[in-house]
Design a protein around this ligand. Structure first.
Ligand code: FE2
Ligand code: FE2
Length: 389
């Protein structure tokens, strides 16, 4: 069992011991000893261990801890505002004890005013919310201790590999696609607020990879902005990541053609939504949301776009959301036939077409999110570190 898992297991046992036995009881002390020992083992291997609790998922650094999938403490911790947990070498046994007490207080007194608890927060470990709830009191301190530098290179490479697999007629490697979504979700959560790390396009023929990743990040950002659950945020992220999967069946010449497409080329291009939905459902019948989004992401609110609907109907909310993110990233990127647009121009475009092409509420929320998180939006190269907040 990896040390990262061993520590969390000891941590959960200690929490149980704390609820069952009174202060000073030997069982409590022994449980605390065990946590401290496991933490020291872990610190010897990794000087700055960082855990993220995302719904029922636990991510250690960049790596999801598969062994603890479905671990009951993950949603509990994340529900009481502990979505990120970080230790350094100076942590003491007493500090661990205080931390466990605070966790327990939060678990039993949900409405507790944590302002006092925050002041007592021990220095060798940091914990708290990731996402939009910033801890302003500790702003400068938290910034100074932000130590992890993410790059998007590995994720981009994995997406390229996923596209190659599917284009080589292999089944969609779903586990890897989900791992990319989780990794991006971790990269998006700095110490205080959401980051929107977007990838810069290197070459025109890599557009689908870069764009899939960016739409995934934007879709998760918007879903989170709309206060969806962690699970929904990631499902929307996966749908964003896979929305253009059908483009693996469109020829490169068409995808990178600088001029207008011929009617025949247009027909091949416009087939990517249906093709994408088919590829996704072939890999996994349960991925109905991603399949629906792949199918519907070019259908406009007024029914225009493609594929043409024989019977008019409303598209799924996730499709409307991905549609906005899709157009934003497409217009913000250099294409063979036009330069990238500045952000203001893109937002004006969304507004102008809201109610006809885009769902008004979703487009408006997207603009608000962009205005609020603009300082933490960064277009980075594959090997550039993603800035932390
Ligand atoms: Fe598309
Ligand atoms: Fe797209």
């Amino acid at each position: 069992m990896p040390l990262a898992v061993q520590f969390l297991t000891a941590f959960a046992q200690a929490l149980s011991a704390l609820t069952l036995y009174p202060e000073g009881h030997r069982t409590r002390e022994r449980a605390l000893d065990a946590v401290f020992e496991k933490l020291n083992d872990l610190l010897a291997e990794d000087p700055t261990p960082v855990y993220s609790f995302l719904g029922d998922e636990i991510v250690y650094g960049h790596i999801p801890l598969r062994e603890l999938r479905g671990w009951e403490w993950a949603p509990r911790l994340s529900n009481i505002g502990i979505q990120r947990l970080q230790f350094d070498q100076t942590v003491t046994r007493d500090q661990i004890g205080e931390f466990l007490d605070d966790v327990l207080a939060r678990l039993t007194l949900r409405a507790i005013d944590t302002s006092e608890a925050r002041q007592m927060r021990p220095s060798g470990l940091r914990y708290g919310a990731v996402g939009i709830k910033g801890d302003e009191e500790h702003a400068s301190e938290e910034t100074a201790t932000a130590t992890i530098a993410f790059t998007l290179g590995e994720e981009a490479q994995t997406i390229r590999w996923i596209h190659d697999e599917v284009s080589g007629n292999h089944a969609l490697p779903l586990g890897e696609a989900e791992a990319v979504v989780r990794a991006l979700s971790v990269a998006m959560h700095g110490d205080q607020q959401v980051m929107l790390p977007l990838l810069k396009l290197r070459r025109f023929d890599e557009y689908t990879t870069t764009h899939s990743m960016n739409v995934c990040v934007l879709a998760m950002g918007l879903a989170q902005w709309l206060r969806m659950s962690a699970d929904d945020v990631r499902s929307f992220g996966l749908a964003g990541l896979l929305h253009d999967l059908g483009k693996v069946r469109v020829s490169k010449e068409i995808l990178t053609k600088p001029g207008n497409l011929t009617p025949q080329e247009r027909a091949e291009m416009n087939n990517h939504p249906a093709e994408g939905a088919r590829l996704i459902l072939t890999a996994e019948a349960d991925l109905d949301l991603a399949a629906v989004v792949a199918y519907e992401h070019h259908i406009m609110l007024n029914g225009a776009g493609y594929p043409g609907l024989k019977y008019a109907r409303d598209c799924h909310r996730a499709s409307k959301l991905v549609h906005v993110c899709d157009v934003y990233d497409a217009l913000r990127t250099n294409r063979p036939y036009r330069d990238a647009w500045p952000p203001d121009k893109v937002l004006a475009y969304l507004e102008e077409r809201s109610g006809t092409e885009f769902d008004g509420q979703i487009a408006q929320s997207f603009t608000k999110m962009m205005q609020a998180w603009e300082p933490s939006l960064a277009y980075v190269g594959e090997s550039d570190p993603v800035p932390t907040t």
